[in-house]
Design a protein. Structure first.
Length: 168
């Protein structure tokens, strides 16, 4: 194993998120699991969105791994994308790993069935190519969303909250 492969594996294993940029669309943060030499992600309805990235079987993607403690970029590598067919042996093994990492699943008992029916499990295997980290920030405009920002807290609210505690 080369030094670059070891760095890719260790950094990706330890990071909770990876930034993936497919042939189309912007880079997106995805939770993943490292299993048998590749990063695996699951996406679809009720899971993280993979649409708009162009991640299909045979495509390549750029994966950027950040430091778990500081959040800075550690390594950026090229991945070959493969979509796993539901309920095959490899899919079952990976889904068992992904299921253990899935936090706050609304349907933990039926998770595998939902993933088999409506989600995609993708394998992102390192091709051996890595790129130098850029020196600029690469900050991008946030994607459009229906979510809104909270309005500022009313000035009198802290006083009202303190007064409520004294009365008890």
């Amino acid at each position: 194993m080369t030094m670059t492969q070891a760095l890719i594996e260790e950094a990706t294993k330890k990071s909770g998120l990876i930034w993936v940029q497919g042939p189309a669309g912007p880079s997106r943060a995805l939770w993943h699991v490292w299993h048998e030499g590749a990063a695996y992600v699951v996406g679809g309805p009720g899971e993280q969105p993979l649409d708009g990235l162009g991640l299909t079987g045979g495509a390549t993607a750029t994966v950027t791994v950040r430091s778990k403690d500081k959040g800075g970029r550690i390594v950026s590598w090229t991945a070959a994308v493969t979509e796993l067919a539901p309920r095959e042996e490899a899919w079952t093994a990976v889904v068992a790993e992904l299921k253990g990492k899935r936090l706050n699943a609304p349907d933990a008992e039926g998770l595998e069935e939902r993933w088999a029916g409506s989600c995609r499990v993708l394998r992102l295997a390192p091709t051996g190519a890595s790129s130098n980290l850029p020196s600029d920030s690469l900050a991008a405009v946030p994607l459009p969303t229906p979510a809104t920002t909270r309005h500022p807290m009313p000035a009198a609210l802290p006083k009202l909250l303190r007064r409520g505690r004294k009365g008890r």
